[in-house]
Design a protein around this ligand. Sequence first.
Ligand SMILES: [Mn+2]
Length: 486
Amino acid sequence: MLAVPHSPESPLPLKPSLQLCREFLAGGLLYLEAGEAPRRNGSDVFHRHRSDSYFVYVTGVELPGYGALVDTETAHLTLVAPRLPEEMSYWVGRVPTLDELAEQYGADRVVYDDELAGLLAARPSADLHTLPGSADKVKKLAPAGWRVTSDVLSVCMDRCRATKTDGEVACLLAASVASGGAHMDMWRACRPGLREYQLEAVFSMSSRCRGAPCPGYPPIVGSGPNAAIMHYEALEGTVEAGHLVLVDAGAEWRCYTADISRTFPASGRFEGAARDLYGTVLAAQEAALDLMAAPAVGGPAATLADADRAARRVLLTGLRDMGLLRREATGGSDWLDAALDAKLDRVFMPHGIGHHLGLDVHDVSDAGPVPKGPLAPGHVLTVEPGAYLIAPLLARARTDPRVAPFVDFGAAEALMRGGLGGVRIEDNVLVLDAGASGEQGVAAAPGLRGRLYNLTEAAGVPKAMAEVEEVMRQEWRPADALAAWC
Ligand SMILES: [Mn+2]
């Protein structure tokens, strides 16, 4: 089974993923750029640099100002380094030599950026593939007779990036370990009276101490009613004793991000309607995971849309059983089918069940962030059902004659007055070869379920209510995060 890289310095074999590009690009070269750190307001202060994902995919280089030239026939990688003035060594530290860069990043050759045009001129003319953002610059560099195109590279790379290599999965698992540890530190640190941004600060501190330098997206920490705001980023609210706190946060490791959501009770105990709602969402997630985990033998593999549908059926049934939805709405026809036909599920879960995950939180594929076809080995996907009490959606539901008869608005409002906002539970899973886990005798490894390897479970992040409560009873010890990579 895949091992977690033991330290942030472990080398990772990212470069082989590049060979996939050869299938799609008929020869030629490709040129990619890391990009520059954005300036703050045109001043001489910069925001933190984060290299372009396509560039990282090919080079693993996280530094600004670099470029990469790749021969798609031979996978020969030329790293293009900015020629930095001598005085940079005392502003930003020692500048590595070209030999050191070649060694560190496994490049076949490293040149300075002012040598690139000469290097191209010395070669026979060819197609030069790049991304739209670099096209103008590359056109100026390319000698006469070369064809510079940005039409196909992103499509080709999106297709490659959808199927993760072992090295990429190792990065994602490391991101999951760091992010998961930080989630659990938030549970331990949580108490009524804290502000949401204080919990977010615990996440940042803990994940950074665990080797993940920055979040892959703005963390969502929504307490009580704020849990019902899908992309809540204000983080100014106060955690109250009766609240559920919804956290959707993931940190990057080598630019690969986790995307983990957990919901926990501020009091340390799941009780009443919060308990019912959590149980419903957890059951919906289990239904989706079971469906995705079933081996594809003799028939087409499940799709994420199948998992989405399975989760919504469980969700609606659970919401009905907890008294939010009316049983008598359909006058005899199958209740679930009628509810789904009316899109009742969209009132309570307005987002999809998941998406690709990788260098970007909504990662790329040739079908976009959400896979359309059968689940395929190498896909890393989120599985994230949720159920929320969203005031504007409930208001709209009241005026929709197809949906309104299903909803007990009085019950929903009573729960909202009690401060209940919503629940989301999100794991990250790798799709394995069909039947892989059973045959290889590793079925007992944490996180393995049929043809799924659940990175979040493998990282030791619980979601059963009793286990979440157990972690919440533990003392928060920041020193544990400091020791995590020692
Ligand atoms: Mn997600």
